[in-house]
Design a binder for this molecule. Structure first.
Ligand code: 5RP
Length: 226
């Protein structure tokens, strides 16, 4: 019988980059930890790191629970001045390391923890690499009172923002998912949206872009440096 040999599944690629990220963690250090299914693979690998870590600063209640279940101490962001590295996934990443994040709704805490870190290591399967950001709906966290006005502002940019139904962030905010943006200038759009009244966080990570991306491909983990 002839046929093609199936490549690794997306879940397997996520597992591979989660494992590969361990190379960027110094045993005994405190590591910044993101949120999502790829990060879950990293957290599980972290539990097996020889020597272990001193602890983690987490970007969500979900990651905190997973870390704690493995006996990894979770520090508040306010307890550290800086972190050597932050490991997180992305919904999209471009060839300059700029990302769209927040598919899991944790973007605000993710950006806070990323901002503490000297290096952002993005872990993602190959489907996340794009030439231009914007096909994935841009998540934006807003204070509920501001939602309608922020939606009108996006409409003026010819984009459509929708409230993520039945979802409240760890901070008590709402998520708007914005479709129809063609993001030619990620840093410019991030700066613009971030200063609209009532916007808590814009899911473009250009200012806090990745320093390294470990991309899971059928041929193995590809390392991209930015
Ligand atoms: C959560 C995020 C995640 O990093 C992003 O959604 C990717 O998730 P996954 O690893 O499950 O594909 O930004 O807010």
């Amino acid at each position: 019988m002839s046929g093609t040999v199936p490549g690794p599944s997306q879940a397997e690629l996520k597992r591979q980059v989660g494992e590969a990220a361990l190379a960027y963690v110094t045993p005994g250090s405190i590591v910044g930890v993101g949120t999502g299914s790829t990060v879950n693979c990293f957290i599980d690998a972290l539990g097996r790191l020889p020597g272990g870590v001193a602890g983690a600063v987490s970007s969500s209640e979900a990651s905190t629970a997973r870390l704690a279940a493995l006996g990894i101490r979770v520090y508040a962001a306010s307890e550290v001045e800086s972190l050597p590295v932050y490991i997180d996934g992305a919904d999209e990443i471009d060839h300059a390391g700029c990302m769209i994040k927040g598919g899991g709704g944790a973007l605000t805490r993710e950006k806070i923890v990323a901002d503490l870190a000297a290096r952002f290591v993005c872990i993602a399967d190959a489907s996340k690499l794009v030439d231009r950001l914007g096909r994935f709906p841009l998540p934006v966290e807003v204070i509920p009172m501001a939602a309608a006005q922020v939606m009108r502002r996006f409409a003026k940019l010819d984009a459509e923002a929708r409230v993520r139904e039945g979802f409240v962030t760890d901070n008590g905010g709402l998520i708007l998912d914005v479709q129809g943006l063609s993001i030619d200038d990620p840093a410019g759009l991030e700066a613009e949206v971030s200063q609209w009244p009532g916007v808590v966080c814009c899911g473009i990570f250009a200012r806090n872009r990745a320093s390294i991306c470990l991309l899971g491909t059928p041929g193995g983990v590809r390392t991209m440096m930015f």
